[in-house]
Design a protein around this ligand. Structure first.
Ligand code: NAD
Length: 318
């Protein structure tokens, strides 16, 4: 228990054993915070936080945040990252996804209100759905199919944004919303269905790289430490409207597959499969707001980030 024994801030990270939650934890500890991670390990892993064992500034609580959250400690910041995040995960866990986006966000906001803590919601570019505006600015309201298979994730996050703004307007909680665009890096799971681990895993195994559709759909990929830097800056700001954080460098899925083949030196070929329902055709953040409000822009070059990620997956596949 931390309660309040020193001046260093206390941060709660829900989803702290996940890919992004664990990188955020590392950054917060490096900034001198004490961190309480709360995770039910639905999609997270102890491997992501094994390096924190014995760290006296770190504590892990195994708990489902869709249920009431009780913490005796003082809390200064709450980072609400708990949610299945990859299509495979939220299609496999549709109800827990809806619950953690709605009930979980309500519980995390309630904790923030009770503790007079700042609150940051990990929202998503999926709020824009299959966008009719390109690139996507924060004032675009999106094009989401509420009853399609992906609706469980997209609508949960849209509800999460709505309740976050309501707590800000009605209860005056110091809230922040980050709309995260595709992010990649070490600690992603090889088979989580996201394109970066999928292609790297296939390339390293010498299997064909599978592209859904004709590969002309575009994505932009942000390296995890760049994203976390933007999120940390946002948490320190006085800005309450959503902010896109992502890398605007756009490429087609086909170009991306070709880059992975080049950088891994694999002999794998590319194979094409039918496009899943509601798969967005384009996705690129407009980061003008992040630049002006946070002085943030991505710094890690694509080759550098991908090389580090390939290296990580290389060790995981041995
Ligand atoms: N990675 C991306 O590119 C991306 C893009 C947009 C948004 N996001 C958002 O960022 C957050 C983290 O994503 P990630 O990529 O690290 O995913 P992840 O699956 O690696 O991490 C999510 C974590 O939340 C935990 N969790 C899920 N439901 C929970 C619950 N009810 N109670 C407690 N813990 C729970 C999981 O066990 C896991 O550790 C998510 O909210 C996601 O929607 C991520």
């Amino acid at each position: 228990m931390f309660i309040r024994s020193s001046a260093s801030p206390i941060s709660v990270v829900t989803g702290g054993a996940g890919f992004l939650g664990s990188h955020l934890t590392d950054r917060l500890l490096a900034e001198g915070h004490r961190v309480v991670a709360i995770d039910n390990f639905l999609t997270g892993s102890t491997a992501n936080i094994a390096h924190l064992a014995g760290n006296e500034n770190y504590r892990l609580i195994r708990h489902d945040v869709s249920n009431f959250i009780f913490l005796p400690d003082d809390v200064d910041f709450i980072f609400h990252f708990a949610s299945p995040a990859s299509p495979i995960d939220y299609l496999e866990h549709p109800i827990p996804t809806l619950k953690v986006g709605s009930l979980g966000t309500h519980n995390a906001l309630g904790l923030a209100k009770d503790k007079k803590a700042a609150f940051l919601l990990a929202s998503t570019s999926e709020c824009y759905g299959d966008p009719l505006v390109h690139p996507q600015r924060e004032d675009y309201w999106g094009n989401v199919n509420p009853i399609g298979p992906r609706g469980v994730y997209d609508e949960a996050k849209r509800f999460a944004e709505a309740i976050t703004m309501a707590y800000h307007r009605y209860h005056h909680v110091n809230t922040h919303i980050v709309r995260i665009f595709n992010t990649y890096g070490p600690r992603m799971r090889l088979r989580d269905g996201r394109v970066v681990p999928a292609f790297i895993g296939q390339a390293l195994a010498g299997e064909p790289l599978t592209i859904f559709g004709d590969g002309s759909q575009t994505r932009s990929f942000c390296y995890c430490t760049d994203l976390i830097d933007g999120i940390f800056r946002l948490s320190q700001s006085a800005f309450h409207e959503p902010v896109n954080i992502g890398n605007p460098r756009e490429m087609t899925i086909r170009q991306f597959a070709e880059e992975i083949i080049r950088l891994t030196g694999t002999t794998s070929k590319i194979e094409f499969r039918p496009l899943p329902e509601d798969d967005p055709k384009v996705r690129q953040p407009d980061i003008a707001r992040a630049k002006s409000v946070l002085g943030w822009e991505p710094r890690v070059e694509f080759d550098e980030g991908i090389r580090k990620t390939i290296e990580y997956f290389g060790t995981r596949m041995k």
